[in-house]
Design a protein around this ligand. Structure first.
Ligand SMILES: NC(=O)C1=CN([C@@H]2O[C@H](COP(=O)(O)OP(=O)(O)OC[C@H]3O[C@@H](n4cnc5c(N)ncnc54)[C@H](O)[C@@H]3O)[C@@H](O)[C@H]2O)C=CC1
Ligand SMILES: NCC(=O)COP(=O)(O)O
Length: 330
């Protein structure tokens, strides 16, 4: 198997993204991951955080023209990006938001020009980026825009459960109007085709949630199921996609329903993700489907309270890296 070059964007500098990089490079060789991990970040920040954590690391400058190689444990291969302000673990600094976005741009553009085989993202803080005056709702939307992709899908996966979202980072009050038949159809088609192409599900079986309690109770508790979701389901079924619904969300997540399903399609972020995280937090991955490159991510946020403390769990980071490697190797 050829060695892959994976970019890790280390995310919000005051959060646990840099800590994750430091712990991951201790494990690269032991885990036998067939990859060179390029840490997009800042050397001084990484060295300071390593010192705070009592870790011994050495830094190498990333050189794109050099073929990927396996580095000894504790070696950070860093693609250097300049910070705008000093970093203190746990303390957000809006001035560093452009740095965070530079990492993402480097990662996405590097994937598109074939320099990286995939990108795995560390957590960013969406609030502080907006505080800096930058409109930003998430990696999912950022990479879609960067790559000029009309429609992408956020899907989180853990052992025994995948949840894909029709809408992503929207205020709850805007969700009903966003749930349209064309959107439901395009999201479902992307999920069906990517599960079959990249996840070995021959003809994926999909379960679609309704939006309202009890999937609208025949129109007595909301009309979105009748006006948008059911027509989309009929069209998708006529196109040969194995999708059923609209299921009440409090029914479909019962083990009996999930046993034979390849993914659940939820209408909005907090309909699907709490269930996924209850089942698998720390062992789950966030994958953006529909991009022209592979992007995986940790399942958690910046955990500002844990940055620099040495108490973090890197289970999700390992899972995200392994998923990226599987996706680029298949
Ligand atoms: N992939 C990404 O970039 C994501 C970013 N976020 C952002 O993170 C920020 C903070 O969000 P929160 O709701 O506080 O969620 P969070 O995931 O950062 O923290 C929730 C709780 O889980 C703990 N935690 C999270 N990851 C952990 C780990 N690896 N090991 C040990 N403990 C861990 C934290 O200490 C905290 O107690 C928000 O601005 C949000 O936008 C949230 C989810 C994903
Ligand atoms: N809850 C997961 C999440 O919001 C991550 O979003 P993104 O930054 O990966 O788009």
């Amino acid at each position: 198997m050829s060695l892959k070059r994976i970019a890790y964007s280390s995310g919000e500098p005051a959060g646990i993204g840099p800590d994750i990089a430091l712990y991951l490079v201790q494990q690269l060789v032991q885990q036998q991951w067939p990859c060179e991990l390029v840490i997009l970040g800042n050397k001084q920040l990484l060295q300071d955080r390593a010192q705070q954590l009592g870790l011994v690391v050495s830094c190498e400058d990333y050189e794109p023209s050099r073929p990927p190689q396996l580095w000894p444990p504790g070696t950070l291969l860093v693609a250097e990006h300049e910070l705008a302000a000093p970093v203190r673990a746990g303390q957000l600094e809006p001035a560093n938001s452009h740095y965070v976005l530079d990492l993402l741009r480097h990662a996405g553009e590097g994937c598109m020009r074939g320099e990286f085989d995939a990108v795995m993202t560390g957590p960013v803080h969406k609030g502080v980026i907006n505080d800096a005056g930058i409109v930003f709702s998430g990696h999912t939307e950022f990479f879609a825009q960067l790559s000029n992709t009309r429609q992408v899908v956020m899907m989180l996966a853990t052992e025994g459960l995948r949840v894909a979202l029709v809408t992503t980072h929207l205020p709850l009050s805007k969700v009903p109007a966003a749930i349209t038949q064309p959107l439901i159809e395009s999201v479902t088609e992307i999920v069906a085709s990517e599960l079959s192409l990249r996840f070995q599900c021959q003809r994926p079986k999909l379960l679609m949630c309704g939006l309202n309690p009890h999937a609208g109770e025949q129109g007595h508790l909301g009309l979105e199921e009748i006006e948008h979701i059911a027509p989309a389901l009929r069209t998708l079924q006529a196109r040969g996609i194995d999708v059923s619904g609209p299921w009440p969300a409090d029914t479909v997540f019962q083990p009996h329903y999930l046993e034979t399903a390849d993914a659940v399609i939820a209408m909005y972020h907090d309909q699907g993700l709490p269930v996924l995280k209850y089942r698998g937090f720390g062992n789950a991955v966030n994958i953006t489907l529909g991009l022209p490159f592979v992007r995986t991510s940790v399942d958690h946020g910046t955990a500002l309270d844990k940055a620099g403390t040495g108490t973090i769990d890197i289970g999700s980071a390992c899972y995200a890296l392994e998923t990226a490697l599987t996706m680029v190797t298949e």
